[in-house]
Design a protein around this ligand. Structure first.
Ligand code: NBY
Length: 783
């Protein structure tokens, strides 16, 4: 269609006609790109079908893909010609990009990981696809009103035509409810219609598919007792919106419906389109379940194999447990999914019957061993009227992994030690990664250019080659150029933020950034308490005049998570005070980024000097923001938690700011229950004063409810060790300031971080999954 800038301009102008407004330009560009990738998409699919290669299906309740326009331009290799061509025609690509609604189909790290994996699979030319839900409403839009988070529905499907293609021809029917015996009757069928999104590989012509399912009313008859209106509403609700909870599991029937809907639709399709006999499934297909949300795929696959394919139990079980593998993303107890047996039995009676049988057989097998009662309980899939999805996921998978070395060790030695003892060979680690194409090449073209000028462009395809930058650590001119890039990215961020933030931001200040979901264990509270202590010190000590710092916060709290919402409020209250104080504001400044999402992230990671990764050690399974910061040259200020451990291993302790209790120490304190927050407060005059004023409401503006924070720190005995780690955190901040003064050393640290970040590309992660778990073969789409 077009191969040069001139051809692009000609075609674009022709299609645009007289309607030269940005909306039309966006639509025209989108349509041209869809046409451009269509042929490769069709060819990729043909190739996969005809060559009968093994294919991966990555099932996830979330895919936080972010905007696709510019990403796809990069992948198609036409970014520059389109950008320049548009400019010459009087359009601004950045402005057009802003028109694309943000597909926020995820909460945080887990959903974003799925999106990075899609990108890497296509880039590595591996046959792997995503299966998920086409939520009409993505994650809520956050607004800060009077300092409080308020939530508004997000309608990403509005107005503008997206990248997807509806496939009515591939719709399937999902069975809910009904009675089982003598056969399954009175079923309430729901139609699942796929919307396919192209995932364009960066090199070559691989275009994989992200298939998102939408729930619609079925044409099949309803059971006599069911009211049609009720049925219609219930059906639409299934793909209506994403659950905004990233940590707390509530046993809501709608969530279970979503899970089963997505799994059944995906599995039915996989089985229907198998190129060979069903007993060869494990050689033709790998299914990865992203956390336990799709764990119901295990009994659902059994159901299909038993009831629809007519296999015997043993063979069906053998096939299932050689096809499905499971990734765990959390050890937080409250995030472990447990479903009420009655709920499952009513919603998906046959599936529940199968779970029951899986549990019965597993327990029978366990009877042959001598096990303590406690151990037996831990190994039970059904226990106390609840179905423990993590146990089901381990028993029904051939591989189980954690997402960072520390996290996997904790699974093996603590959280899942009984299961690990039963299945030692199943457990393995796959440290997370991020796609350097979005988080470096797209988000930071300035840095990309500097790197390429310095080490050539092989690293674009082999990010591990970023290692070559190590030779520039003490290179003054490289350091100077790097500083220039950082300055440019800070100014771009400021230009973007200042529209909505009314106090001016100092581009020469240290940008200290804490962006992620709000949660107790992520300890945004520790950060803001520390800032308050800096404020106090500047006020009280006329000799303390620290180098200017801007503290950025961004992130959403689950709507029902009151404590997290009060922390957001506290940050905004303290921000208002700090930012309007003439003495203080030239030293410290606070910015709260409203409605933090992927697009904000793309502007923030490149502008950061300091990456706040301060979770309570052992609680953050991996973290992936830490990698995005590192790749953009920010230095980690963090605990030895999740993938921070591996980041520090690579860059060396001298190139990070590490503080706080270690995971072993935290776990011991938790086990022996001998931590006393009150004692910590008593021993520290600083904390004592801070806490007294905080809890008396002196730091409040009168509208927040400080009792949630009091409850957490005092009544609940500070479960995330905010007070315990406070001083070592504060001391490390002082070290940051001191280090920043030596710019030569600082820039060297920054180079070192970039140079070591290649290993954290999701290309590495995906290659490891492929080698160790999925056994995929690279397929070249040449024709
Ligand atoms: O997964 C995150 C972990 O906290 C983080 O450490 C890790 O890096 C990342 C990728 O492995 N977990 C996470 O983001 N979890 C969720 O967002 C989530 C979403 C939905 C539900 C539970 C958790 N849910 O119950 O539906």
């Amino acid at each position: 269609m077009f191969y040069s800038k001139e051809e692009f301009k000609e075609e674009f102008t022709k299609r645009l006609g007289q309607d030269k407004v940005p909306q039309t330009a966006y639509a025209v560009l989108g349509a041209m790109m869809k046409e451009l990738l269509e042929e490769d998409w069709v060819k990729t699919n043909q190739l996969y079908t005809e060559s009968k290669v093994k294919q991966l299906y990555y099932i996830s309740i979330e895919f936080l893909i972010g905007r696709m326009l510019v990403q796809n331009l990069h992948s198609l290799g036409i970014f520059t010609i389109v950008q320049e061509g548009l400019q010459e025609l009087g359009f601004n690509l950045e402005e057009l990009e802003e028109m694309e609604p943000e597909p926020g189909l995820g909460n945080g790290g887990l959903g974003r990981l799925a999106a990075c994996f899609m990108d890497s699979l296509a880039a590595l030319q591996l046959p792997g696809h995503g299966c998920g839900i086409r939520y009409k409403g993505g994650l809520f839009t956050q607004q800060i009103e009077n300092g409080f988070q308020t939530e508004y529905p997000t309608d990403w499907l509005r107005e503008i035509e997206g990248w997807e293609k509806r496939r009515d021809d591939l719709a399937v029917e999902i069975p809910f409810y009904g009675r089982l015996h003598p056969r399954h009757t009175d079923i309430e069928w729901v139609k699942a219609v796929p919307y396919d999104m192209p995932i364009v590989g960066a090199s070559g012509r691989t275009v994989n598919t992200l298939r998102l399912w939408q729930a619609e009313v079925s044409e099949r008859p309803l059971p006599a007792y069911k009211d049609f209106n009720e049925y219609t509403l219930e059906t639409a609700a299934i793909s209506d919106r994403l659950y905004p909870d990233d940590s707390l599991v509530t046993g809501k029937i709608l969530r279970l419906k979503q899970q089963y809907f997505m799994c059944s639709a995906s599995l039915q399709t996989i089985i229907k389109t198998l190129p060979g006999p069903v007993h060869e499934l494990p050689h033709q297909v790998a299914i990865q379940i992203n956390d336990t949300h799709p764990a119901i795929a295990i009994p659902e696959l059994m159901r299909i194999l038993l009831d629809e394919e007519g296999l015997e139990w043993e063979e069906a079980w053998n096939i299932t447990t050689h096809t499905i593998s499971y990734t765990n993303h959390t050890i937080l107890g409250e995030a472990m999914e447990k479903w009420d047996s009655h709920l499952l039995a009513s919603l998906v009676p046959r599936v529940y019957e199968i779970i029951h049988e899986i549990d019965r057989r597993f327990k029978e097998q366990l009877q042959e061993q001598v096990l303590k009662e406690q151990e037996f309980k831990k190994l039970s899939i059904i226990d106390d009227g609840l179905v423990k999805m993590a146990v089901l996921a381990v028993v029904g998978s051939y591989k189980v992994n954690g997402v960072a070395e520390l996290h996997t060790d904790i699974l093996k030695n603590r959280e899942m030690k009984e299961l690990y003892r039963q299945f030692p060979g199943k457990f393995h680690n796959k440290t997370n990664g991020i796609t350097h194409r979005r988080w470096l090449i797209k988000a930071n073209p300035e840095l990309t250019q500097l790197i390429t000028q310095s080490i050539g462009d092989d690293w674009l395809k082999k990010p591990i080659l970023l290692n070559d930058l190590n030779k520039f650590i003490i290179d003054a001119s490289f350091q100077e150029a790097l500083k220039e890039v950082k300055r440019a990215k800070k100014n771009q961020l400021i230009a973007h933020v200042e529209k909505s933030w009314d106090s001016p931001i100092d581009p020469l200040s240290i940008f200290d950034i804490h962006i992620k979901r709000f949660h107790g264990y992520k300890r945004q509270l520790m950060n803001i308490l520390h800032i308050q202590s800096l404020y106090d010190r500047i006020k009280e000590d006329s000799t303390y005049r620290p180098y200017p710092r801007t503290f950025f916060f961004g992130g959403k709290a689950a709507p029902g998570y009151e404590f997290a919402k009060q922390v957001i409020k506290l940050i905004n209250v303290i921000a208002a005070k700090v930012n309007q104080d003439p003495l203080v504001r030239s030293h410290i400044h606070i910015v709260f980024i409203e409605n933090y999402n992927v697009s904000h992230g793309e502007r923030m990671f490149p502008a950061a000097d300091i990456s706040e990764q301060i979770s309570t050690a052992s609680k953050e399974a991996s973290g992936t923001g830490n990698m995005k910061f590192m790749m953009n040259g920010a230095i980690t200020l963090g605990t030895l938690d999740g993938a921070n451990v591996e980041i520090v291993e690579r860059v060396g302790k001298e190139n990070a700011f590490i503080f706080g209790l270690h995971s072993q120490q935290i776990m011991l304190l938790e086990k022996h229950k001998n931590y006393r927050a009150q004692e910590v407060i008593e021993q520290s005059p600083e904390l004592k004063s801070l806490m007294a004023r905080l809890l008396s409401g002196e730091l409040s503006d009168g509208t927040e409810n400080i009792s949630f924070i009091r409850n957490q720190l005092v009544d609940l005995n500070d479960p995330y060790f905010v007070l315990k780690d406070f001083h070592s955190y504060a001391a490390m901040h002082e070290k940051v300031l001191a280090s920043y003064e030596d710019q030569g050393n600082w820039q060297g640290m920054s180079v070192r971080n970039i140079a070591e970040s290649g290993i954290f590309s999701s290309d590495r992660t995906i290659q490891q999954y492929s080698d160790d778990v999925w056994d995929l073969k690279k397929i070249l789409n040449v024709y």
